[in-house]
Design a protein around this ligand. Sequence first.
Ligand SMILES: Cc1ncc(C[n+]2csc(CCOP(=O)(O)OP(=O)(O)O)c2C)c(N)n1
Ligand SMILES: [Mg+2]
Length: 554
Amino acid sequence: MPSATTISSQKVLNMPEMTGAEALRRSLEAEGVDTVFALPGVQIMAAFDALHDSKAIRLVSTRHEQTTAYMADGYARVARKPGVALVVPGPGALNASAAVGTAYAASSPVLLISGQIPSASLGKGEGQLHEVEEQLDIFKPIVKWNTRVLSVSEIPGAIHDAFKQMTTGRPGPVELEIPPDILAATGDVEILEAERYPVKQPAEDLIARAAEALAGADRPAIVIGGGTLRAGAGQEVVALAELLDAPIVGTPQAKGVVPAGHPQYVGEQFAQVGINGELLEDSDVILLVGTRFLLFGFEAKAGQTIIKIDVDQRELEKDHGTTIAIDADAKSGLAAIGAALCARGVDGVSAGQGDRALTYRKKLHKFLKDKAPSQIAWVKAVREATDDDAVIISGMTNIGYWSLIAYDVREGGEMITPGYFGNLGFSFPTALGAKIAAGDRAVVALCGDGGFMYSPQELATAKQHGINLVVVVFDNGAFGASRWDQEHRYGDREIGTEFFNPDWDTLAAAFGIRSQGVDTPDDLKTALREAVALDEPSLIHVTLPVMAPPFQLV
Ligand SMILES: Cc1ncc(C[n+]2csc(CCOP(=O)(O)OP(=O)(O)O)c2C)c(N)n1
Ligand SMILES: [Mg+2]
């Protein structure tokens, strides 16, 4: 993210006779929106009509509201700017809610414009079409901010506030409700210019304390989370790790911040598999940056110093045995500690941790090879078939989980995950939005047969809008993770976990989508290489058995 400067908001237009829908369109344009993911309905038709005349905004229609918000999320993660979804209230908004929850868990900036019933009927319980009483309350736990506007003139300010919420502090989704009569009415409107906001700078005394602790450490370690990705803090993480000669451990949400293969980078942990507690237990000062430190199964011991940098005050208040809590954006916090260490003469050589990072990386690779050789072979096939800048969407499927630990994200590449929301059905629709932002870069959705069948109808969306992604469906004829659970914890008593699958080639052909079936990692590599080179969407189905997920190894 470029260093932000404050530009005070200016009124750029004053058009008294504008409709609410027109004000919405112009406000979105002023914020730099170029794509809106939408599914129509009577309450939002004025907004659709206003977008008809927009040269700046492309409306991408979907076949289910969940896809509008999933696409907005996928778009936001790759474009590194907010994604926008537009749906009817009630069932439309509720259909989109699992995707909004995902954006919340993943701190992704998504604006859901969710319509409303006519303003005169609000709160009267008349049973208006799509009415849900207190819709704002339904979204409260899964959005950073939401509001309802009840006049045309409020629309630009609401959009401006929505973008401020999405792009400052911890990013996250927001929800905005506009009743249909307000979209249709005219009023005095002043459109506001987009603003860029300053990032949170750290307090100097805390930086000095952190630098002192790190400079005095024998075995420091750095743990990075999604906050470092959002802040674009890769260079600062690497610079600090090199200064301290410290190993770096990532969460799956930080994949790609430090390219795999960097000498200081050890790897990731998912569900307590991967980089285990050993490295952290063997560290005297641990710096946590932009991470909620979920499920690490680690507790600080006496004598260890824990330093935390987070932009979200609520995270700093959570007790991880934190000694020094720095309220700052990851990039500015790391840069300040780096500068303070340089001023102290710390130079990376005297730190001399030997090859701690390498030792733990080797341990991790051996663990993966021993515990999950076939899973790793599939992950490798995906890696070898794609360029470094590919975008991989790791769905809730066996090979998706193992990718979180075993797939190497290199310079320029990225992996998108649902974070702690862990929702089945996430990867294909999210990948559709990611591909719109990714342009010529390859986008590969890793789906289970269970997860893909949440939205096979969106193959039509890919075809219609020319979204040339590759969908890989791993076919084990089951909700595999649940089937594995039954096999190992419930005496192999199958109930409700095995299912009937369609003939994938016939399904794809029905949508005019090219497809291919494979059953070895080598064949997947060949098929995927061919597929990413195509100028059209395609589907690869992979036959494989039910295998152990990482979270059932421990
Ligand atoms: C919305 C949602 N519902 C249910 C689950 C529980 N769940 C986790 S994994 C899984 C099975 C996934 O099956 P599939 O997509 O075929 O992948 P596989 O495990 O077979 O690789 C289920 C049901 C979930 N994570 N999210
Ligand atoms: Mg399956």
